[in-house]
Design a protein around this ligand. Structure first.
Ligand code: CDP
Length: 794
């Protein structure tokens, strides 16, 4: 009601710079229905592609007969793997060194896998045609989870590979010996099994593209709903052999991505191949169930965590073993040097002297993937593990979970801090965040209420869950992180025009995060331009500088840094023009962040604004300067940024039904210097909603035959407004010391940080009866069983 916390305004010129709640420039077109998404694109002579998918999870393809479909008037072509092979397009690389069949050649490996495609003059005809393609299958036994895939007699998913096993890789981190010693020295050790279930990122807009081969120009233009247009251009060129400068990827408005739109899917390749052969534009857009059942899933980590401590609660070590289900192809989207992504950050916000993790990944008859769903490459699983273990330790020691955290936090003066697994945390102040959180929710009062309810044998139990997580966002550095070999830098080009307005082109790609506003704010801050005079462009590989795209909250840490540095390069050039205008030596000219203008040092009354400099750059350029006012920057970050948060979730658990009511959710985020507090708040609202979905509702399930039993929105349950409580957002500011504007990422923090707060709250409600764990999603029946086992049900 009071409008939320005051933004910490850092710029003095009042033109929409850092720290201002500038309204989102892009929202006008979104709320008036004027956005352009892939399915809005229509081209003359455009054909439509529909994929024929396998009804079985594991089966040999005996025969494909497309003749009935081909005889239909509006059907133009039926495509099989054989047709693609003729153009060397039968397979495509995944983002993790595996090779995926575009259309099945011999054996289906997961339900709804792509078997054939139908091209027709309209979408209905394509769909009718797909229904008339007759495929004969010989079904096989399926294996759908990693533990079963490990068994000696398990069906082999990948007979195309040399080794007769479902095992993909083993990965280890930390120091095993030191960790064993820590456990031997410990007074208490606690072990907890926990499954981070398979999730679907569920963007509102499903995947799709319009591929358009221009035979005259020998150019392939693909409008696609992509989070990484440049990386996709490189992959398209590598797969198709079309020279990269003749491939243009345009990512128009993107209706959510959440990691789902980082990989390349077979539909893109089929549409592009069909357009090439038929010389007509071809559109392919998924239906909802296709998106849920076949595009990259997230999580699916079966974890056993152990924590060792002294009897006083000092953490000595953490050890963990993980079984990872990677589906039918190893298509995880991680930087190639990190097979388990950033899971290695599993020591969280705590000063843990010894840590070790080992992980084994397996193929199964499930859809391929393992993408970073609103997460930095498996940091979500790592945060869940450590936040659950700390809670379990507090229970074992009968200690307050807030105090155990405080006692073990990496202290404020220890930054930069090197973790036991080798990350260098840039900055943090965890205790300040926790203190603010506890005070804001009246933690002591809540604990009293909880005790009273227990004493009164109330029908509902109160649970208070904490999550004091640390994130790792902003991949690069390029030498450590890459996608398909391309280093993870990012870029920005700024052109200031003669009349003092600017065009800013960025290599990252918004999917709803508000980059057209926040990146303009960075330029407004650094140049003194009005935010309304700055137009941000993204998503067209023909005009934007090369960038690695938006996922893993890397836009602000990497693209935002490139934007600030490019603006500073423009400012440097502007300074020499301003000196000419002021008839002064360049060394004597200063720029004031306060006024956003240049003046002679010691004589602030005579100023030259950036608008005046822009005009002079084109109309009165100094003799020794080239005309024009523009700069480009490719930014390779020296380190990642480490945002953090202190979340408190308060739940009421109904002892009769097992239903969980989230009564209060408080989210304090520290993402360093804030560009737009209102946008950050929106990011937190959305992320917590997704965290609630994770904790309470969502799970892509399979039966033993490999049938997806939660493959549409009737069965894969997303939270609605009904399930989302009123949230309180809050912040502290601990700038990143290495980021040009001191900012860290924030987009994924709430999705990463909220599930453990919710699970900790539900466990906390039943902790007095010895309950240690409830697996997600915490549906009423699951919670009721735990209540009943603990003797708490009514
Ligand atoms: O990469 P992605 O855009 O998903 O994540 P992000 O870099 O965390 O940014 C999400 C949104 O929050 C963007 O519009 C950012 O510019 C904004 N943001 C901000 O205003 N201040 C920060 N310190 C971090 C992000």
């Amino acid at each position: 009601e009071d409008g939320g916390p005051e933004p910490e305004k850092t710029c003095g010129h009042d033109r929409g710079g850092m720290g201002e709640d500038v309204r989102r420039k892009e929202d006008r077109r979104f709320v008036t229905g004027e956005g352009t998404y892939v399915d809005d694109i229509k081209k003359d002579g455009m054909l439509h592609c529909e994929i024929v998918r396998s009804p079985h999870g594991h089966a040999r393809v005996v025969d494909i007969d497309g003749s009935r479909a081909e005889s239909m008037d509006d059907v133009v072509a039926v495509i099989t793997a054989e047709d693609l092979a003729a153009h060397d397009l039968a397979t495509m690389p995944t983002l993790m060194d595996d090779t995926q069949e575009v259309l099945v050649r011999e054996k289906v490996k997961f339900q709804s896998q792509e078997v054939a495609a139908v091209i027709a003059t309209d979408r209905y005809a394509a769909k009718d045609g797909a229904e008339r393609v007759e495929v004969e299958y010989d079904t096989l036994d399926a294996v759908v989870d990693a533990a079963d895939a490990k068994a000696e007699d398990a069906p082999i998913v990948r007979e195309d590979l040399e080794e007769d096993t479902n095992h993909i890789f083993t990965w280890e981190a930390g120091d095993e010996e030191a960790t064993e010693q820590a456990f031997a020295d410990a007074d208490v050790t606690v072990e907890q099994d926990m499954y981070y279930q398979r999730l679907h990122p569920a963007p509102i807009e499903t995947c799709g593209c319009v591929a358009d081969w221009d035979e005259d120009d020998e150019q392939m233009t693909v409008h696609m709903t992509s989070q990484a247009p440049h990386a996709h251009r490189t992959l398209f060129s590598m797969v198709s052999g079309i020279p990269e400068h003749k491939v243009r990827i345009v990512s128009p408005d993107v209706g959510g991505g959440f990691g789902n739109k980082v990989p390349i899917y077979p539909g893109y390749v089929v549409a592009a191949a069909a357009s090439y052969v038929l010389e007509q534009p071809v559109k392919w857009v998924e239906e909802r169930s296709e998106n849920v059942q076949t595009t990259s899933f997230a999580r699916d980590y079966d974890m056993t965590g152990r924590i060792a401590a002294t009897e006083d609660g000092e953490i000595l070590g953490i050890d963990t073993e993980v079984l990872a289900n990677h589906g039918a192809y190893n298509a995880a989207a991680q930087p190639s040097k990190f097979p388990a992504g950033f899971f290695k950050i599993f020591t969280g916000s705590y000063d843990v002297p010894a840590a070790h993790a080992s992980l084994d990944a397996y193929y199964t008859n499930t859809a391929p993937g393992g993408i970073a769903y609103r997460c930095s490459f498996r940091v979500t699983e790592a945060v869940y593990l450590v936040e659950r273990l700390v809670k379990a330790l507090a229970q074992e020691l009968d200690a307050d979970p807030a105090e155990i955290r405080r006692q073990n936090f990496i202290p404020e003066d220890a930054f930069p801090y090197e973790s036991a697994t080798g990350w260098e945390y840039d900055s943090g102040n965890y205790e300040r965040a926790l203190d603010k959180a506890l005070e804001s929710v009246d933690y002591d009062g809540l604990r009293e209420e909880q005790a009273e309810r227990i004493e009164n044998d109330d029908d509902t139990l109160l649970g208070i869950g904490l999550s004091t997580f640390t994130e790792i966002v902003g991949a690069g550095p390029g030498k450590q992180c890459d996608i398909a070999g391309v280093e993870m830098f990012d870029s920005c080009e700024i052109r200031v025009h003669p009349t003092g307005t600017a065009t800013v082109r960025i290599g990252v790609q918004t999917q709803g995060q508000g980059h057209e506003t926040t990146f303009a704010q960075i330029v407004a801050e650094e140049l003194g331009l009005d935010v309304d005079s700055v137009e941000v462009e993204h998503g067209d590989t023909d005009t934007e500088p090369y960038g690695l795209g938006t996922y893993a909250s890397r836009s602000t840490p990497v693209g935002g840094a490139a934007t600030a540095v490019a603006a500073r390069k423009v400012r440097e050039k502007a300074k020499s023009v301003a000196a000419n205008e002021l008839e002064a030596d360049e060394e004597d000219v200063v720029w004031s962040r306060e006024s956003g203008a240049f003046s002679i040092e010691g004589a602030p009354e005579r100023t030259v604004t950036i608008e005046e400099v822009a005009a002079a750059s084109y109309m009165n350029s100094p003799a020794d300067e080239e005309p024009g006012l523009e700069a480009v920057d490719y930014y390779d970050p020296p380190n990642m940024t480490y945002p953090f948060g202190a979340y408190v979730c308060v739940v009421e658990v109904d002892r009769e039904t097992g239903e969980v009511d989230i009564r209060q959710f408080y989210a304090l985020d520290d993402c360093g210097n804030r560009i737009n507090p209102m946008i950050i708040e929106g990011q937190v609202h959305g992320g917590v909603a997704q965290g609630i979905g994770t904790a309470m509702l969502e799970h892509v399930t399979y039966d033993d035959d490999g049938n997806v039993t939660a493959g549409d929105f009737m069965n894969y349950l997303l939270p609605t407004a009904m399930e989302i409580p009123e949230m309180e957002t809050d912040y502290t500011v601990t700038p990143s010391p290495h980021h040009p504007i001191g900012a860290k990422g924030v987009g994924e923090s709430p999705t990463v940080g909220s599930p453990p707060a919710i699970v900790n709250a539900v466990v906390d409600a039943m902790a007095h009866a010895g309950v240690r764990h409830v697996d997600m999603p915490m549906t009423a029946d699951r919670v009721w069983e735990v209540l009943d086992d603990a003797g708490l049900s009514k």
